[in-house]
Design a protein around this ligand. Structure first.
Ligand code: PMP
Ligand code: GLN
Length: 406
């Protein structure tokens, strides 16, 4: 095999998805809704495939179906308060995954350093490595010695962050709302990151796939809108997360031409373009949301309210079984402190070989699923990870504890 994929065979999703299936546990870790997308996008998809327009079954423009890039530029132009060129500033990809991949391949060179904020979505690290880069880690830490009960209690230490920027730093990856903690970065926190990017000429790769999933009135701020940051930022989004249609795998990267054109080069040499009908349906979804922007009918307004209720019920269920939830301000996921359970994992397989959270979740799937199966229904796509102060990177960096009792 090629050296660039060395050590990357193991994959958390493959392993835990299989285990959940084998043990008939509900998989709350993978991050997809257990309900349908809204009717207006489903109808748009049906219309795209069953309508008269044969062209929607054929190839479309490589960097994004015209209808989709046009509406994305209008929609995000309005949100960001700037002109976005549908042809030069947007690349439509096969999910946010491909947008991330193209961005790393296009902009990270051999030996470049890329700063990852822990805990982070698992694929950033192998993607940096596949591009020849080195990951540099900086943790979110709980604010004080007291209990950190909300994702907002987890913050970057500005001095520690500054110390990670060197002359080799090519980029920092930001993920807000964060997976798995649910942290929604405040404007002041983003300003610290932005200042460092500008000072060091570094890029910000901003993964905002959960931008509409914010709770308790928290505000999602796009770092690309901070002064000077458009030129330094690639913003990544996901129609799958946006419209609860994760299987459609439509995503995008957005940014200034001088950065985006290189991501387009990678895309044109691997995927070329993604499914036309799915792009057409997503375009209709955004058109509808533009029409209803800020109005009570808006899905982007309604959906987080539904998720917020599910979040509360899940938190209550976790409390009831002795776990301490850390309330997420955004996203699909929830982390819980399992330290008080003091589970005896001695006879679990691979004892002591793997991080405690891996072993705990495996133990829980194997030993607890049938016992609880009729008691705790699934409320939300969620995760259950141990609460660990980020001294042991291995434990926190993974989005591992994917499967919860049902
Ligand atoms: N980034 C984050 C933080 C995610 O949670 C996900 C969903 N797995 C992705 C990117 C990938 O999104 P998509 O399904 O659109 O490829
Ligand atoms: N857990 C990922 C998400 O956040 C999904 C990863 C995968 O399916 N490969 O949705």
């Amino acid at each position: 095999h090629a050296r660039r994929i060395e050590g990357m065979e193991k994959n958390i999703w493959l392993e835990f998805t299989q285990l959940a299936a084998d043990c008939k546990a509900v998989n709350l870790g993978q991050g997809f809704p257990d309900f349908s997308p809204p009717d207006f996008v489903k109808k748009a998809f049906v219309q795209a495939t069953e309508g008269e327009d044969f062209i929607l079954h054929q190839y479309t423009r490589a960097f994004g179906h015209p209808a989709l890039v046009k509406i994305l530029s209008r929609f995000f132009g309005k949100i960001m308060g700037r002109q976005i060129d549908p042809l030069g500033n947007i690349l439509v990809t096969v999910g946010a995954y491909e947008a991330l991949f193209c961005t790393f391949q296009a902009l990270v060179d051999e030996g470049d350093e890329v700063i990852l904020i822990e805990p982070f979505f698992d694929c950033y690290e192998p993607m940096v490595k596949m591009a020849g880069g080195h990951a540099v880690y900086v943790p979110l830490r709980p604010v004080s010695t007291g209990a950190a009960l909300s994702s907002s209690d987890w913050v970057l230490d500005p001095e520690e962050l500054a110390s990670k920027f060197t002359k080799h730093t090519k980029a920092i990856v930001l993920n807000t709302p964060n997976n798995p903690l649910g942290k929604v970065y405040k404007r002041e926190e983003l300003q610290v990151i932005a200042d460092l990017c500008v000072k060091h000429g570094a890029l910000c790769i901003s993964d905002e796939v959960y931008e509409w999933h914010v709770y308790d009135g928290a505000e999602h701020v796009k770092i690309a809108t901070l002064p000077g940051m458009w030129e330094h930022t690639i913003t990544i989004g996901s129609a799958g997360k946006t419209f609860s249609a994760t299987g459609w795998k439509v995503g995008w990267a957005m940014g200034p031409d001088h950065l985006l054109k290189h991501a387009q080069t990678v895309h044109q040499n691997c995927v070329y373009h993604c499914a036309t009908a799915a792009q057409e349906a997503v375009a209709h979804g955004f058109q509808r949301e533009l029409d209803y922007f800020g109005k009570p009918e808006s899905y982007f307004l309604q959906f987080p309210r539904q998720l917020q209720q599910k979040r509360s019920r899940l938190a209550q269920s976790l409390l009831a079984v002795g776990m301490q939830p850390i309330m997420p301000e955004g996203g699909y996921f929830l982390i819980a402190d399992i330290s008080t359970l003091k589970a005896d994992l001695q006879d679990s397989s691979d004892a002591n070989q793997e991080p405690y959270d891996y072993r705990f979740v495996k133990w829980m799937i194997k030993n607890k699923v049938s016992a609880y199966s009729k008691q705790v229904p699934v409320w939300l796509q969620s995760q259950c990870l141990p609460f660990t102060v980020p001294s042991t990177r291995r434990t926190l960096k993974t989005t591992s504890g994917s499967v919860l009792l049902r």
